[in-house]
Design a protein around this ligand. Structure first.
Ligand SMILES: Cc1ncc(COP(=O)(O)O)c(C=O)c1O
Length: 397
């Protein structure tokens, strides 16, 4: 196996070449090593591998060459020392948090996180004697006031799902570090191309690779990126021993997905900006949220910490749930789905799907009204998407 050269290329180039382990066949496209285990030349070699006295693979729950390629490409993209892939984005979030936390510890999290992440913080952690405090992530004072002597980690998502609030990662990382805690950032909505949390001070970044990294709705996956020490102390053994490991097949799909990530995300972002312009003043819409617009509540932070807006736009259809449902049902091209980051444009009604588990009061606090929809822009022609949205808005009136 030969590894690709270490020279630091620009992100678009790293997405195509970094991490490649070429076998003796000299294949152009990275190989899929669909194997559970590995054979050893001798019994002594097996012993040495298990004692970590010799590098090499042992079992695909621990690692696999295709998985390594995906991890190394992600690490090169983020300039992270180490990466570990997982079976899903939720496995990445749960491993990154639970790997650090022990009974008696405390976690502070932004309220505005993906529904399942909030479940992990609010419902799962307390079962193991870990207390949690949820804060309005946009209010730095709330992060400061939430700190306790036993606070071990902070968790946030930015832009948030689904109302696309932008949180000040640098400032929150400082509050965490002043308190002796770490910061874990779920970077799904900005993609690895638009926001670099490790450079802003975060200790760990997690992704649902299911979203933009696959980008064609095929398979689930996740990834955790951090320093070598963070991974060794908190992540490596947990994955190896408890098994939230990714399938080599899924890692291969995601690895190949990375090669087209930059062009896809650029096109989807351009489309989202076009949709935002087309719908901002639409008479059937009461509020439109897009991080690339100057009227976004955290426009200044977005400018400072993100390279570009987002592939998603959120907006409120006048007439509450009934109108939002009529609008979705009238769409012909844009599909109704709770997913995002796909080649196909997808629309979600968070109040009745991704965030239905929250109480009405908790949803109201997050700005998730019954008229709110979230659009994930796909790769279709932007004019076709806008025409579909405008036609459906008229039909929903
Ligand atoms: C922001 C965010 N984090 C985490 C997840 C979980 O990822 P997965 O579905 O791959 O487990 C999702 C989506 O499902 C998400 O939108």
């Amino acid at each position: 196996m030969s590894a690709s050269p270490a020279r630091r290329y620009r992100p678009e180039t790293r997405l195509v070449h970094s991490g490649t382990l070429r076998s003796s066949f000299g294949e152009t496209s990275e190989a899929l090593f669909l194997t559970q285990g590995y054979v050893y030349e001798t019994a002594l070699q097996a012993e040495k591998r298990f004692k970590n006295e010799e590098p090499g693979y042992q079992y695909s729950r621990f690692s696999n060459p295709t998985v390594t390629m995906f991890e190394q490409r992600m690490a090169a993209l983020e300039s992270a020392e180490a990466a570990r892939a997982t079976a899903t984005g939720m496995a990445a979030v749960t491993t990154a948090l639970m790997g650090q936390l022990r009974a008696g510890d405390h976690i502070v999290s932004s309220k505005a996180v993906f529904g399942s992440c909030r479940y992990v913080v609010e419902d799962h952690c307390p079962r193991y004697g870990i207390t949690s405090t949820l804060v309005d992530g946009t209010d730095l004072d709330q992060w400061k006031k939430a700190v306790r002597p036993n606070t071990k980690t902070f968790f946030l998502e930015s832009p948030t799902n689904p109302v696309l609030e932008v949180l000040d990662i640098k400032a929150i990382a400082k509050i965490a570090h002043d308190a002796g805690a770490t910061l874990v950032v779920d970077n799904v909505f900005s993609t690895p191309l638009y926001q670099r949390p490790l450079e802003l001070g975060a200790d760990c970044v997690v992704y649902s690779a299911t979203k933009h990294i696959d980008g064609q709705g095929r398979c689930l996956g996740g990834v955790i990126l951090a320093s070598e020490k963070f991974i060794q102390d908190n992540v490596h053994q947990l994955i190896r021993q408890t098994g939230p490991s990714i399938s080599p097949f899924n890692a291969w799909v995601l690895l190949k997905g990375l090669e087209t990530l930059a062009v896809r995300v650029q096109r989807q972002t351009d489309t989202a900006a076009t949709v935002a312009v087309a719908l901002a003043e639409h008479p059937r819409i009461s509020r439109l949220i897009y991080p690339g617009r100057p009227d976004h509540p955290q426009a200044e932070i977005a400018r400072r910490q993100m390279r570009a807006g987002s592939t998603l736009v959120a907006f409120e259809v006048k007439g509450e749930k009934a109108a939002a449902f009529r609008f979705q049902d009238a769409l012909r091209l844009v599909k109704i789905s709770n997913n995002l980051g796909d080649a196909k444009s997808l629309i979600t009604h968070p109040a009745t799907t991704t965030h239905q588990r929250l109480t009405p009061a908790a949803r109201a606090e997050l700005g998730i009204t019954d008229g709110l929809v979230r659009l994930s822009c796909g790769l279709e022609h932007p004019d076709d998407i806008v025409e579909d949205l405008v036609t459906a808005l008229a039909a929903a009136a």
